[in-house]
Design a protein around this ligand. Sequence first.
Ligand code: GLY
Ligand code: MN
Ligand code: MN
Length: 434
Amino acid sequence: MNITPFQARRANLLSRMDAGLAIIPTAPEKLRNRDTHYGYRADSYFHYLTGFPEPEAVLLLIAGDTPRSLLFCRDKDVEREIWDGFRYGPAGACEAFGMNEAFSISEFDGKLAELLADQPALWYSLGHDPAWDTRISSALNAVRAQSRSGRRAPAALLDIRSVLDEMRLIKDGHEIATMQRAAAISAGAHCRAMRAVAPGCFEYELEAELLHEFRRHGSQAPAYGSIVAAGANACVLHYVGNDKAIADGDLILIDAGCELDGYASDITRCFPANGRFSGPQADIYNLVLAAQDAAVAAIRPGATFQQPHDAAVRVLAQGMIDLKLLGGSLDGVLESEAYKRFYMHRTSHWLGIDVHDAGEYKEGEDWRALEAGMMLTVEPGCYVRPADDVPGAFWNIGVRIEDDALVTPAGCELITRDVPVAIADIEALMRART
Ligand code: GLY
Ligand code: MN
Ligand code: MN
């Protein structure tokens, strides 16, 4: 593993902290049932700063004139390694992950009380994990108990997330390269599902195609639960059943992306089970695609986070009027927000280590300005549920088109376009499958 990016992030954080001690624990292992665990995934902040993959580990950062990175981790244990596999141990981890020092996790509580003494500030994510909150309160109380020896507990408790979230918003070269690889794998998975579909197959068979493609390219897991929604199911925004038979004539919505080396991708495509969009399906699809084009055109440094959403909404609202989903004027529909009946979610979110990534969307009252190096999704949609006042031809059509955009100095780059998006290109890919 190339540890340079992780070292650079720690150095950056240490200089932003200025003074004090930061505690960044990794995630605990979680029981799924009886003695079986969920697949392990490191805490996102811990991963960002260390790349260290084992559970039961904590990073301590000490800012000041000689900034230091300390790792606490599991001991080497030959007996356990026979059962569960390799462990770095403190000495191995110190070397492999470029720490100043590393210790056994069994020494953590004692050393923490020692290291906290006389620090001006404690940087920590209070409330993230109650077990850790208790442990750290105990260490603070242990320092306070020594006040007659002249030792002082930190006067300031600061939220480390306030600094880390800002750092995570601007992706470095290592992150962009990883996300581009994740995006390419996910795009390949969507192509595979388009090739595999046939009327009569089940939604979960397409989910299996996605998972196969993710894993065979080294992705560790899906970045979120894959949505494979045929026909009316596409109008359920967070559909997770994935267990229905796909009918001839269904339009299928797949929202799925892999996680690769800790980074998410997030793609949505819609395609017809029989390989040909019907007229009404094409009408809704092309409207959503035009809205996405408008949103993409609005992404550039200096534009606000809200501008792509406004651009998408404007196109969607006019299209809903043209297709007679809504009556009235464009200004009226925008003003009353009547479009929300068919487009009820936002157009973008930050993307990174978390699929809905860290980072504020506003600065004070204002939507924040986009900057080169930010990564966001562009995912307008239109979902038509049956109703007496809605043309029957559009009932149960649900469309979302989602790509991942890297903000560049000139505008943005869509990193997920290895999967086709225009109707002609999707139909051509599906025609070529046999
Ligand atoms: N797949 C989650 C989202 O699109 O936000
Ligand atoms: Mn998304
Ligand atoms: Mn998505």
